[in-house]
Design a protein around this ligand. Structure first.
Ligand code: DX5
Ligand code: ZN
Length: 219
């Protein structure tokens, strides 16, 4: 399966968000990564269901919604209704990860679980077989433009090994600090999807930046 670069809108120009997303869609992007932050689970605040709904009216991209919020169970159905295709919840955001995974599935969305840099892959041992995606955070969540934490490559490799050993089917997504160098490192370690914010939207030409990264991880 081809590896995919998912643009994160966190670093986009929000004054013309629809247009920026349309450029990436026209270039061939398939997945749009939407970071939702509540100022509690992480120190930053970003976008909510209204933005997902607004973009949904103009885009056919696969919406990969990354919830960095407390009490995620309160918002699953709302994001599903607004047009999320996939919802990733943080393992650290709930005492009841199994129930939360089932709730996302019942909403009709695909489901992923994200792990902060300090959380080891082993916490997913009982549920990984149920997941569509495992998201390895390669920065501390909350902000774009941080540096890739090199130690996370070993966790990516562990997720790939567990999948092979257990005949699981989740995709491995890596999020944070992805640029031309680290995209190749993450892909080499086993990432199927790499998220990139600053590396795409920090460039004057997001479509071209996306294409360069896409070629790099499939090269
Ligand atoms: C960070 C977010 C990321 C962020 C990545 O908490 O989850 O999706 O947008 O941004 P870059 O690619 O700039 O590190
Ligand atoms: Zn993210």
């Amino acid at each position: 399966m081809a590896k995919v670069v998912a643009p994160s809108i966190l670093s986009a120009d929000f004054s013309c968000l629809g247009r920026q997303v349309a450029v990436l869609e026209a270039e061939g992007a398939q997945i749009l990564h939407i970071d939702v932050m509540d100022g509690h689970f992480v120190p930053n605040i970003s976008v909510g269901p209204l933005v997902v709904g607004a973009l949904r009216c103009h885009s056919k991209l696969f919406f990969d919604v990354h919830l960095m919020i407390e009490r995620p169970e309160t918002y699953i159905d709302i994001f599903a209704r607004e047009g999320a295709d996939h919802i990733t919840v943080h393992w650290e955001s709930t005492k009841h990860i199994y129930r939360l995974i089932q709730q996302v599935k019942a909403s009709g969305c695909q489901v992923g679980v994200a792990l902060n840099p300090g959380t080891s892959f082993e916490v997913l041992d009982c549920v990984a077989g149920d997941l569509d995606m495992v998201l390895i955070m390669s920065v501390n969540p909350g902000f774009g433009g941080q540096d890739y934490i090199a130690d996370m490559s070993a966790k990516i490799a562990k997720a790939a090994r567990w999948r092979a050993d257990n005949k699981a089917h989740y995709r491995i997504e890596v999020d944070g600090g992805i640029n031309m160098d680290t995209a190749a490192v993450a892909a080499e370690a086993g990432a199927d999807v790499v998220v990139a914010g600053a590396a795409i939207f920090g460039d004057g030409k997001p479509g071209e930046a996306w294409k360069r990264l896409q070629l790099t991880i499939n090269g």
